[in-house]
Design a protein around this ligand. Structure first.
Ligand code: MEZ
Length: 555
């Protein structure tokens, strides 16, 4: 749907202030960045700071730690399986390394595990590549330009972005392995945008002190996923099981991780997979819609890996912080929540209120930027009302062409240009309407810089892990995280598997113990997790779901 007449009238205010804003930008007269004190104050408007939005966990390794209700509901829930009834003697699949998750981290882990001599099974909930990686747009950070940048500056930016709460060893690993990760991807055939032959394009993102964001147009994640998925599918040592999410980890008689139970979504069978080591790479949890926010995340992003790891005794870290990407589409309604890459702001697009005025520098760290949007639009009442009853902030994409020359937006943002064109909106001429959208799970399972966890034989890679980004991740460090820590986890798991002693007995006793804890605390008896898929069934449809008895695949 194109902009309504009312919105077209409001766009005129954006146009009225554009020439002066462009002139200022050309002279480097940017709206100043907030001081550290001002940022702290601003963050009070961030959803993470709503005390009523979270509660302390009553069970498990991180008992007492307060996290979002939506996540707590899943951690404090019963398994899909009855541990007493599951038949674990009959093993359906046996392998060296089981990788759970078919996005960027899982696929990188599978490749590295195979390269290090392991036989690998990669199990994924939907199709291989249905993951947040595929939907990542703006870029991947790495200090590849040694004349202007170094992992040292990258380290400081990551720490600053995370408000210096990040786990230093994890950040060190992230930035030190970054240049080699880009080389790895390039050698596998990833087509990053080049500004001249052999020299990769690089841009700023919010909170970066150097231009180190490498990209493939505005479809960077899709290009990375295409590259590594092709690679994994061509490796004989890797078997991919699609539509087969894991629902529970399996431990052996020594309490080590020794496989998982998978659920075949077509036949509704549970499969027992025995493995010498397991890599958890299930990604994030945007589909929990924490505090009712829309999301950029793919359909399967329901936090499953955190649930399984937690039941097996791995603590969680940084789950009290959630990333809301400042610029999710709020118009047209059909694409609500969709990521509008930060690269637009990196390329110079201002953000504006209903009067066409700037109210914050467009390159503040994400949490500060999102909090500023919420303050301006909802507290100060200067948001732009949408026909669906929401509010938005203008993102002035047309000013990029004024700054960089006609054709720049179409060339550098082909994904968004084509998408909006389908709705009758030309983003080279009309701004986009945006609002914060749930984007990233800053926290997750606790893990070490070699990918290992407190549970022997259990490795973690990518968004399911917590600590790399502290309380706030900067743009372009998630694609980097999945490649760096996916590879680290795959390599670590292969090494562990090579030395692992045989497992005589697989067990779900940890699940039985967790159930007992839930019962003792009187919580979660009525809930089941992992969620696997979000439920968007409206109440009026639920009212008509009269089936009293489920049988076979008839759902
Ligand atoms: O790292 C991200 O989340 C990213 C690159 C997003 C974007 O704005 O494109």
């Amino acid at each position: 749907m194109p902009y309504t007449e009312e919105l077209k009238q409001l766009i005129k205010k954006v146009e009225e202030t554009r020439a002066a804003r462009v002139e200022k930008k050309k002279k480097g007269e940017e709206i100043p960045f907030l001081s550290l004190e001002e940022r702290k104050e601003r963050l009070k408007h961030h959803p993470d700071f709503k005390e009523e939005g979270r509660r302390p966990l009553k069970v498990g390794a991180s008992k007492g730690y307060a996290i979002a209700h939506e996540f707590a509901d899943l951690l404090e829930a019963k398994s899909r399986l009855d541990p007493a009834k599951a038949k674990l003697d009959r093993v359906d699949v046996e392998t060296d390394v089981l990788v759970i998750g078919g996005g960027g981290a899982g696929t990188s882990a599978a490749i590295l595990a195979a390269e290090n001599g392991a036989k690998v099974v990669l199990a994924t909930k939907l199709r291989h590549g249905d993951a947040n990686t595929m939907m990542a747009e703006g870029g991947i950070q790495a200090a590849t330009k040694s004349d202007k940048d170094s992992p040292y500056f990258h380290y400081l930016d990551v720490m600053g972005g995370g408000h210096f709460t990040n786990v230093p060893e994890l950040v060190e690993r992230l930035v030190a392995d970054a240049p080699d990760s880009i080389k790895w991807l390039k050698d596998l055939g990833c087509n990053f945008t080049q500004i001249e032959k052999g020299r990769l394009g690089s841009m700023h993102g919010g909170g970066t002190s150097r231009k180190r964001m490498h990209y493939a147009g505005d479809i960077t994640g899709a290009e990375i996923m295409r590259t590594i998925r092709d690679e994994a599918r061509n490796r004989e040592a890797i078997t991919v099981l699609e539509f087969s999410p894991a629902v529970e980890l399996l431990l052996n008689e020594r309490g080590e991780c020794a496989g998982a139970v998978l659920y075949n979504m077509e036949t509704e069978e549970y499969l027992v997979v025995k493995a010498k080591a397991v890599v958890m790479a299930t990604g994030g949890s945007g589909r929990l819609h924490i505090q009712g926010f829309m999301t950029t995340n793919h359909y399967g992003a329901t936090g499953d890996g955190v649930i399984m790891g937690y039941r097996a005794g791995v603590p969680v870290a940084f789950l009290h912080t959630v990333q809301y990407h400042p610029t999710g589409a709020v118009f047209p309604e059909q694409v609500e929540g969709l990521l509008i890459t930060e690269k637009f702001r990196g390329a110079g697009a201002n953000v504006l209120n209903i009067d066409g005025e700037q109210f914050v520098n467009e390159r503040e760290p994400r949490d500060v930027e999102a909090a500023s949007f919420i303050l301006e639009a909802t507290v100060k009442g200067k948001g732009v009302p949408t026909p669906a009853g929401k509010v938005g902030i203008w993102l002035d994409s047309p000013m990029i062409d004024v700054l960089e020359g006609e054709g720049y937006v179409k060339r550098e943002f082909p994904g968004k240009y084509i998408l909006f064109k389908r709705f009758g909106i030309d983003i080279t001429k009309e701004p986009m309407l945006v609002y914060p959208t749930l984007h990233y799970q800053n926290g997750g399972l606790e893990f070490a810089a070699d990918g290992s966890t407190k549970l022997p034989g259990f490795y973690v890679g990518g968004e399911v892990g917590g600590g790399v980004h502290g309380a706030n991740r900067l743009m372009g460090n998630s694609l980097l995280d999945i490649i760096v820590f996916g590879r680290v986890a795959g390599k670590g798991a292969a090494a562990y598997a090579a030395k692992a002693k045989p497992s005589a007995k697989l067990s779900l006793e940890h699940v039985a113990r967790f159930h007992a804890e839930l019962e003792a605390e009187g919580v979660g008896q009525e809930r089941v997790s992992p969620m696997l898929l979000p439920d968007y069934t409206p109440p009026e449809v639920k009212d008509k779901q009269w089936t009293a008895h489920y049988e076979g695949t008839l759902r």
